[in-house]
Design a protein around this ligand. Structure first.
Ligand SMILES: *Cc1c(COP(=O)(O)O)cnc(C)c1O
Length: 395
């Protein structure tokens, strides 16, 4: 404990670190929810959410978390008995699938395991075999936050198109929005959903959906007035945008975060920063070696927002506990498939508001924990990461 007398660092895969500027923007008296200031500010938030998603589709905001955006999409797009194809590369699609089943939706899961990305060829084959056109939509995540797989969304979109099947394509970007490159319109994604507490650096509480023109045409008559996105997209009065009182302070916080990402740093630079930090972390794990290894072998399949790392038996848990108790560093718990041991995996969240002192500090602290616990490893992980950030690592 004597070492942890400073500013603690949370490196879990969401909620991510909130910039002081975001918190300060929220520190204000209650606004008049019928006043022009709030209404005009909120209009700019909607515009900028579509900029982050790279779409001309309007954003919808719900008061809620990522699960809320899952339910919003299901409630607006599917009737009980509709058939959907869900592509799983870890844990999160299974949770979304359970929610869909409870709503009476027919879920077919195509399983790709915990260690590799979706194979677009298998998706194309399955769709081509659906000659009666039963499958209404293909659903997946860009990043699965448990396995730290990054799926190739444009290739899956291409596979759907080349199959000639009319299924819609829906993507969960909760962990990846403003971390990974994502082009909703250019890639041909029909529905995208996300939330504010990961790449968007805002306290948990806002859920987002975007529906493109084909999805709007194929949406159902939503049976819930709370989930119905139509009045939220096209309100007669501002109050309908949130089906009640708006999340005033979250909106001010998100406004500040969007300004930082879009207008100060730039979205492409934000993607590039995430890629660099991710590569630095991968280099550190490779250099440590011993029982430590990355869950995803192929760099092309790795998320740039979160990294799952295997350790020797139980070492993941011991390391997390040491870092938290002795060094003020919180790491992500292991989430594994049926064959795995969660105590032998830990995750590093590297999404959002991060700079080299934070990333290198986290890695140096992990290296310190490895030494303190006598977990077999090579030193030099931090130097390997520094070389990546310096641009001097050998490719
Ligand atoms: C975090 C996350 C969710 C769930 O978000 P909650 O806010 O916890 O409901 C869904 N999908 C992915 C990919 C996530 O990373």
């Amino acid at each position: 404990m004597i070492l942890a007398q400073g500013k603690d660092l949370t490196a879990i895969p969401g909620p991510s670190i909130m910039p002081d500027r975001v918190l300060n923007a929220m520190h204000r008296p209650a606004p008049n929810i019928y006043g022009e200031d709030l209404i005009n500010m909120t209009d700019t938030v909607y515009t900028d959410l579509s900029r982050v998603a790279r779409t001309s589709a309007p954003a919808v905001i719900y008061i809620g978390n990522g699960h809320a955006s899952w339910e919003a999409v299901l409630a607006n797009m599917f009737n009980p008995g509709d058939h959907v194809l869900m592509l799983s590369t870890g844990r999160f699609v299974h949770m979304w699938a359970a929610m869909a089943r409870q709503m009476g939706i027919n879920v077919e899961i195509m399983e790709f395991g915990f260690h590799a990305a979706v194979d677009p060829n298998q998706v194309e084959e399955r769709l081509a075999s659906d000659i009666t056109g039963t499958i209404r939509a293909v659903l997946t995540t860009q990043t699965d936050t448990a396995s730290s797989v990054r799926n190739n969304i444009p290739d899956i979109a291409k596979a759907i198109e080349e199959s000639g099947h009319p299924a819609l394509f829906m993507v969960d970007c909760v962990a990846s929005l403003a971390c990974e490159p994502f082009e909703m319109d250019d890639w041909g994604v029909d529905v995208m959903l996300s939330a504010c507490q990961k790449g968007l650096m805002t306290p948990p509480g806002l859920a987002f959906t975007w529906a493109g023109p084909r999805a709007v045409k194929e949406a159902i008559e939503c049976k819930s007035s709370w989930w119905d996105w139509k009045p939220r997209i096209d309100p007669e009065i501002f109050y309908q945008r949130f089906c009640g009182t708006p999340p005033t302070h979250h909106l001010y916080g998100l406004r500040e975060a969007l300004t930082m990402i879009l207008d100060e740093v730039g979205l492409e630079n934000t993607w590039e920063r995430h890629r660099r930090f991710a590569e630095a972390i991968w280099a550190a794990v490779d250099a440590w070696g011993g029982g430590l290894r990355l869950n995803i072998t192929d760099p092309a399949d790795r998320s740039t927002a979160v990294t799952a790392i295997h350790t020797g038996q139980g070492d993941g848990q011991r390391l997390r506990e040491w870092c938290e108790a002795n060094a003020g560093l919180s790491l992500g718990v292991g989430i594994v498939g049926p064959e795995g041991d969660p105590n032998s995996v830990f995750r590093i969240g590297h999404m959002g508001h991060l700079d080299p002192p934070m990333v290198l500090g986290a890695l140096a602290t992990i290296e310190t924990g490895l030494a303190a616990l006598h977990i077999p490893h090579h030193s030099g992980g931090v130097s390997a990461a520094a070389a990546v950030l310096a641009g001097s690592a050998a490719d």
